[in-house]
Design a protein around this ligand. Structure first.
Ligand SMILES: *Cc1c(COP(=O)(O)O)cnc(C)c1O
Length: 375
């Protein structure tokens, strides 16, 4: 793959150590896809690349996955589907958020498949196909318990009457709590989905997201739809992560100071030194996706520096955070600090921030210097 074009500011100064560095390991991404593909067995394995590939960059991620053999992609929006079509003329591209009113021609023109999830969407797509005299492809989303998107059971008969107006390419549904392998509703959803599949004419079926692929029931059907696991998230919370790390984030120390017991640090003086401490200020804040909530909960975030886990102290501010480096090996201005890497994973940081690793990924933002390796 050719060198990725970086914004001028990234080329200009690799030594701007006031800015954090986000590294995306594309070979680890490819390896994760291969692991999931192998797991899917006879089923095909798609890639979910919505929200700019979970914040990691649609173009570099999709290009790497295409080169690795992935031929099915899921995005959320029509505009994301159009961006992806500009990268690949042949891949099958599904838009999970369905058919916005009046957009059918835009999908059809670029051979993009809306995932139709309600009767009004199906009616509009069928009417468009009849008017054009062509059966364009689309997917059908069946609700099996989420009550978010997807066709309700009461609408199945009306939907069935419209199917021959277009080319149904896929029938799919989505797990409510696949990351909890013990949840009885997983089994119930699989059964409801199987019943729906039996009612509709034969077409490829898809149910499993990342965690769904690790359920004992292993309901792979014809196509699996992992997202999070591709990017290194753990699809089996509570057990070892079978995926390779894709993302690392490092920030740099701007200054170091020693403070006495009883002195406070950060906005609103929410933290007070229990004893003499050595603090470092790093160039990373909530505007960089280091969520302020990671400094507000019972268990705060830690970073890894000087061979030790260093707690964040005081409130995370927009561009800066303060860490306690008293227990670390000597550190100084310009030294690097690991936010995400070998010692700290996105699931850890999600937990410390009162959220999930998914939100950590999608909040990383565009402010870091971005480095893609393994392309
Ligand atoms: C986001 C999404 C996925 C991917 O889920 P992960 O948990 O990231 O693997 C699959 N299917 C649907 C419908 C989704 O919205």
């Amino acid at each position: 793959m050719p060198e990725l074009a970086l914004p001028a500011e990234d080329r200009a100064d690799g030594r701007d150590k006031s800015r954090a560095v986000l590294t995306v390991d594309l070979s680890a991404l490819a390896q994760n896809w291969r692991v999931l593909k192998r797991r899917a067995g006879d089923a095909a394995c798609a890639a979910v690349v919505k929200a700019d590939a979970y914040g990691l960059g649609l173009a570099p991620v999709a290009k790497k996955l295409l080169a690795t053999g992935c031929g099915h992609f899921f995005v959320a929006h029509l505009s994301e589907a159009e961006s992806l079509r500009a990268i690949t003329p042949n891949a099958r591209i599904f838009a999970l958020n369905g058919l916005p009113p009046g957009s059918a021609a835009l999908f059809a023109r670029k051979d993009l498949y809306p995932v139709l999830g309600s009767l009004p969407e199906i009616e509009e797509w069928a009417a468009f196909c009849r008017a054009e005299g062509h059966k364009f492809g689309a997917a059908l989303h069946i609700d099996t318990g989420m009550n978010r998107l997807g066709l309700a059971k009461a609408d199945f008969p009306a939907a069935l009457n419209l199917l021959d107006a277009f080319a149904p390419k896929l029938i799919m549904s989505h797990f409510v709590s696949a990351e909890d392998a013990s949840a009885p509703r997983n089994r119930a959803q699989i059964e409801r989905f199987e019943q729906a599949c039996a009612l509709f004419p034969a077409m490829p079926a898809s149910l499993s997201n990342s965690s769904g692929m690790y359920l004992a029931e292993a309901p792979f059907f014809d196509l699996t739809r992992p997202g999070y696991a591709l990017y290194g998230g753990n699809p089996t919370p509570g057990s070892d992560n079978p995926m390779r790390r894709v993302v690392s984030l490092e920030a740099f120390i701007l200054q170091v100071r020693d403070i006495r017991a009883g002195e406070a640090a950060g906005y609103n003086a929410r933290w007070t030194a229990p004893s003499r401490r050595r603090l470092a200020t790093i160039g990373l804040g909530y505007a960089d996706g280091f969520l302020r909530s990671a400094s507000c909960g019972e268990i705060g975030a830690e970073v890894f520096a000087g061979g030790a886990f260093c707690p964040v102290v005081g409130r995370i501010s927009m561009d800066l955070s303060i860490i306690d480096i008293t227990e670390a090996a000597p550190l100084q201005r310009g030294d690097r600090v690991e936010i995400l890497g070998d010692a700290i994973c996105i699931d850890d940081l999600g937990r410390w921030s009162g959220t999930i690793g998914y939100e950590i990924l999608t909040d990383l933002g565009r402010r870091h210097k971005r480095v893609y390796v393994g392309g």
